[in-house]
Design a protein around this ligand. Structure first.
Ligand SMILES: [Zn+2]
Length: 455
């Protein structure tokens, strides 16, 4: 090891020790902290929450969390999400479309999101409809009807599955804009349906929508009052302040009665980090780098704005807000066997978790839940393993090598989700309901019970 390497390693060890001290002081989970009985007891609160912040790391299985932790905090370090006081695991399976009495063991984001958004399991591709295509009320719709303010933030297209399950009902996730309706004829406006995901999001009327997907919203409405105009026009008519870049986001002041729609890229938003893609036979040991093409805003900037707007809109009123924040591209970079891409997204997502935890510290009547929608491909394997799949070796911040394997599909094809249970962790009112092994449909019950909304 070079002298610089030694210094870096020492610095990393000092940092890790510093982190350990902080953890002990704050009483969060740690093996060397001895008896946690009182910490856990103090973390348990029933009752109602004024606010609910739900953070979804798309495709963020235990393996993806561990990879990001090893790289950025060190094996002995802890991410922000690791410091939530109550943790459990939940099952994610979907139902088979043709045989809904049988499970589909590997879910997609649509079926998975339908589970926590509506409390009902469905088939892969379903956006908050039952296996027979019937719309089910979502937690966001129920919260809004009960007088809560609502927000939906993502790094994907706003019309992608995870943001869509809260705010739309279509029989296929591909029906994102008014000219994308081939797979959902019954939902199309021209056939008397409620329209595409983008149109329905405007009609649902969450107070804050922030993400990508400008091209979907730029499509032309095919029927009804806004026929011949774009969904962006429809949104403006519905009172949305539409912004398209970081400056617009930061200067937006929607006020108490205004709504905010941020569309920051035509498709999904750019990734935070870049590095070598995994390949057959492996890579040289490499470091990750910030993405030079990144054109913001970061997930944390969107999350922070959403919290500001919703907090301002609910100040002085009895009801708070429901906000979902998705780190979408952990999944998308995992599909592409891009370890640095997925780590950068996980690290940024984890910073958004910290924002939520900081908000909850100032507003203890806030339920914060962090979870994933499904597991994914990436695995940490021994450096000398001869994987038949694609691998990349990274040099972590603490100076060690970590070999990451992607082997759910041959090289050149998209890597796949996996059917494993995933982590769910929480703090605040009703957080104890995530402890143990639950199913993601039970998260719907936890959220609606915390908000005190009936379904
Ligand atoms: Zn995926």
């Amino acid at each position: 090891m070079s002298a610089a390497g030694k210094v870096r390693r020492l610095a990393a060890i000092t940092l890790a020790a510093g982190a350990a001290t902080t953890v002990v002081a704050s009483g969060a989970a740690n093996a060397w902290n001895g008896d946690r009985t009182n910490d856990v007891r103090h973390a348990i609160h029933g009752g109602k929450a004024r606010n609910v912040i739900l953070l979804i790391g798309d495709g963020m299985g235990d393996s993806e969390i561990t990879i990001a932790r090893n790289y950025s905090q060190g094996a002995a370090g802890r991410l922000n999400m690791d410091r939530l006081p109550l943790t459990g695991a939940y099952t994610t399976y979907a139902l088979q479309k043709a045989h809904p009495d049988l499970p589909d063991y590997v879910t997609d984001s649509a079926a998975s999101g339908t589970g926590w958004a509506t409390g009902r399991k469905s088939y892969n591709g379903a956006i908050s409809v039952t296996p027979d295509g019937k719309p089910q009320q979502t937690v966001l719709e129920l919260a809004k009807r009960a007088g809560f303010r609502t927000g939906d933030v993502t790094t994907a297209e706003l019309t992608d599955a995870t943001p869509a399950v809260l705010s739309a009902h279509v029989t296929d996730r591909s029906c994102q804009g008014p000219t994308d309706m081939k797979a959902c004829p019954a939902n199309a406006k021209e056939n008397g349906g409620a329209g595409s995901i983008a149109e329905q999001q405007v009609q649902t009327g969450a107070d804050v929508y922030l993400g990508g997907g400008r091209a979907r919203y730029g499509q032309t409405v095919q029927a009804g009052q806004f026929k011949g105009r774009t969904v962006i026009d429809q949104a403006k008519a519905a009172g949305y302040n539409v912004v398209t870049d970081v400056n617009g986001l930061q200067s937006a002041r929607p006020g108490r009665d205004g709504r905010l729609l941020g569309l920051f890229s035509d498709g999904n938003m750019p990734q935070e980090w870049t590095g070598p893609l995994a390949r057959t036979g492996g890579t040289e040991p490499s470091r990750c780098a910030p993405n030079a093409q990144f054109s913001g805003p970061h997930l944390t900037q969107m999350a922070s704005k959403a919290l500001d707007v919703l907090d301002g809109q609910t100040r002085g009123s009895r009801k708070g807000f429901f906000l979902q924040i998705e780190g979408a591209s952990i999944d998308k970079r995992d599909h592409s066997a891009d370890p640095c891409g997925q780590i950068g997204e996980t690290v940024e997502f984890d910073r958004a978790v910290k924002l939520a935890m900081d908000y909850a510290r100032r507003h203890p009547d806030t339920l914060v839940v962090t979870t994933a929608d499904h597991g994914h491909t990436s695995q940490i394997i021994p450096l000398d393993a001869q994987s038949p799949g694609q691998t990349a070796t990274l040099v972590t911040d603490e100076g060690a090598q970590m070999k990451i394997n992607y082997a759910t599909n041959p090289a050149g094809q998209s890597q796949e989700h996996t059917g494993t249970q995933v982590r769910i962790a929480a703090q605040g009112p009703q957080a104890a309901n995530v402890v143990g092994v639950t199913d993601q449909t039970e998260l719907f019950t936890t959220l609606t019970r915390a908000l005190g909304v009936r379904h």
